[in-house]
Design a protein around this ligand. Structure first.
Ligand code: MG
Length: 158
């Protein structure tokens, strides 16, 4: 049997924070705001995995009111989610993602992000896809560069 899952997340870009996507720190003047490291890509993948397995969402498993997850490394959360779905007997077939960011230009970082995720999940890179788009200056209110959003889809097999 195969099961599909969809994940979505959005974090605000602000001064004085690191920008972390898929566990990779990207040099940029701003970073993502959040209780954890605000790795929006990894969060969307976690939600897609949990959704496919019928196991709720990331907020239920790792509440942002819990001090244990303050500045948490989201790759660690992803590995916990992966462990949970494997425990239920699921295996990842593939993961596809779209990062929506007006800036920075993510093109040069996509291969490295992909390999970071593959490594974190002990999967081959060819089952992970990382795509990046702008919104042509539109969206997220008056300033398109105010946030980064991600859609993720995963297929699990059991
Ligand atoms: Mg999030």
């Amino acid at each position: 049997m195969q099961r599909i899952g969809l994940g979505y997340d959005l974090h605000r870009l602000v001064d004085g924070r690191r920008l972390v996507l898929g566990g990779l720190e990207i040099p940029f003047k701003k970073g993502l705001l959040g209780h954890s490291d605000a790795d929006v890509l990894t969060h969307a993948i976690c939600d897609a995995l949990l959704g496919a397995a019928g196991q709720g969402d990331i907020g239920e498993h790792f509440p942002d009111t819990d001090p244990a997850y303050k500045d948490a490394n989201s790759i660690f959360l992803l590995q916990k989610v992966h462990g949970l779905i494997r425990q239920k007997g699921y295996k990842i077939v593939n993961i596809d993602t779209v990062i929506i960011a007006e800036e920075p230009n993510l093109k040069p970082f996509k291969p490295k992000i992909r390999s970071c995720l593959a490594q974190a999940l002990s999967l081959s890179e060819d089952v992970i896809s990382v795509k990046a788009k702008t919104q042509e200056g539109l969206g997220f209110g008056p300033n398109a560069e105010e946030a980064i959003a991600v859609y993720a889809v995963v297929l699990l097999s059991i």
